[in-house]
Design a protein around this ligand. Structure first.
Ligand code: 5GP
Length: 209
């Protein structure tokens, strides 16, 4: 298997990618709630909240966290290869459906590789909403379903990676930057941030704009 190229990005790169993405997200979706997929979605969601609070009338926009991890069921697979099973390490609690119902919910993660994690998050959150809808009279259900919206934001989308699943109709998809099939090295995983930033300076040119 050919060795995959590693591309280093800095906190500032990520901050600016998010800043540039926010006007469109505010105009096209204007979320009521952000759902950060941990751990990679936490920092992007927090930065995004600053820009969205600044550009929309939603000054109380909040972030909820979920934890998901891709399990590699095949022996010998590495973190750089595609896993198949998603494990929940943290969820929204017993009132998940109530929390999401009737809102424009923006799911935030750092990278879309195979889309396994995002598809899982989206379908499980939609299941929570469906369960909650059943607590309401039948006559109200269609309106509640329509009022509950989901969108996805990722800092990096790997354009050359075949996706395991598509984005369902009605779900907006925003990517801050598109990258080739590389392994993105994020600053929060670095133990030596200065060395990381030096590698990032050398790498910037290889990102697809
Ligand atoms: P998925 O294949 O489900 O889209 O991605 C699963 C997870 O693998 C991501 O949330 C992320 O944590 C990790 N991942 C995938 N591609 C990369 C990458 O290029 N760099 C890093 N640091 N993590 C990645």
């Amino acid at each position: 298997m050919a060795e995959i190229k590693h591309v280093y990005v800095t906190y500032n790169d990520i901050h600016n990618i998010i800043r540039n993405a926010c006007p469109k997200i505010a105009a096209d979706f204007n979320p009521d709630l952000m759902i950060a997929i941990g751990g990679g979605g936490y920092f992007p969601a927090r930065v995004m909240r600053t820009f969205l609070r600044g550009s929309t009338d939603n000054k109380t926009l909040r972030i909820q966290a979920i934890g998901l991890s891709l399990y590699e069921p095949l022996e010998g697979t590495t973190a750089e290869q595609i896993g198949r099973e998603v494990i929940r390490t943290q969820w929204l609690g017993p009132n998940a459906g109530k929390l999401l119902l009737g809102k424009r919910n923006l799911i935030v993660d750092e990278v879309d590789d195979s889309r396994t994690t995002l598809s899982y998050a989206l379908s499980e959150l939609q299941k929570d909403v469906e369960e909650e809808i059943l607590n309401h009279p039948e006559s109200e259900r269609e309106a509640l379903r329509k009022a509950t919206k989901f969108a996805i934001f990722v800092v990096h989308n790997k354009v050359t990676r075949p996706k395991m699943a598509g984005i369902p109709a009605g779900v907006l998809y925003f990517a801050g930057a598109e990258v080739n099939d590389v392994w993105v090295e994020y600053p929060w995983e670095a133990s030596d941030i200065e060395a990381h930033d030096q590698l990032a300076a050398a790498d910037r040119a290889s990102l697809v704009r």
